[in-house]
Design a protein around this ligand. Structure first.
Ligand SMILES: [Zn+2]
Length: 252
């Protein structure tokens, strides 16, 4: 029989952690690690939050590793529109995040937590590696990513993190549709039209840095932009009154 913790303790754990470890586990690991996933549309402030979490953690004397993906600047970093930025390690689809952390340990560095930006681009396998780091190595993981792609479908990394994370939080939306409603969906726009089909394009978090997939030609890439819309205006394909009238912007 597993001893049952007092009800009050359970409730407190529930509230603070989102998970309730077995009593024996708690004794072995007094501070269980967590996988927390923050998600939202473009421009909702995810990267700012990522840097804030990193700041809060490092102030407590903890050592973190910042990871990102899809950064082609040559100097990978997590940057936010409010001007904060920090150097980060660039992941690709083949990176084993567990090995990355173990290599740091082998080199004598502490890694208490990971900040993973652009987590929508993780493979399912990498999301599972993050969960393993939490459970087996007691590394806290804070992942930040877009919820859905331009087809309104969950990104693969996002989906797996939804399935595995101890705590999933929608980032307080700071970005509004042109109509004033909260912007929830990332519309791909070519010319004046919302596009809902096509290759999944690599989306950076900030509009000026949008990075189309290598498969697309430079001309196509130049024509693609992204705009956050409410669900209704996404469905209608209406991009707002400027620079041309909404009537001209309908998809069909
Ligand atoms: Zn709207």
């Amino acid at each position: 029989m597993t001893p049952t913790p007092p009800a009050g303790q359970l409730a407190a754990l529930d509230a603070s952690l989102g998970v309730v470890p077995a009593a024996g586990d708690r004794r072995r690991h007094p501070a269980p690690a967590h996988l927390v996933f923050f998600h939202g549309p473009m421009d909702c402030g995810k990267s700012t939050l990522a840097l804030q979490v990193d700041h809060n953690q490092s102030r407590q004397g903890r050592h973190g590793l910042l990871l990102t993906q899809g950064d082609r600047s040559g100097t990978p970093q997590i940057s936010s529109r409010v001007g904060l930025q920090r150097a980060a390690i660039e992941l690709n689809a083949d990176t084993d995040v567990r090995l990355l952390v173990r290599d740091r340990w082998a080199a004598g560095h502490r890694v208490d937590y990971l900040i993973v930006d652009e987590a929508q681009f993780l493979t399912g396998e990498q999301a599972e590696q993050l969960a393993e780091l939490v459970d087996e190595s007691h590394v806290d993981v804070y992942a930040f990513g877009l919820t859905t792609d331009f087809r309104t479908r969950l990104f693969p990394g996002t989906q797996r993190l939804f399935e595995l994370a101890d705590d999933v939080q929608r980032v307080q939306v700071e970005v509004l549709c042109w109509c004033g409603l909260p912007g929830l969906l990332n519309a791909r726009v070519v010319g004046d039209a919302v596009v809902r089909e096509g290759a999944t394009v690599v989306v950076a978090d900030t509009a000026p840095a949008l990075q189309p997939a290598a498969a697309e030609s430079a001309a196509e890439a130049a024509a693609v932009r992204y705009q956050v819309l409410c669900r209704r205006h996404f469905s209608r394909g209406q991009l707002g009154p400027a620079p041309t009238g909404p009537g001209q912007l309908a998809l069909r």
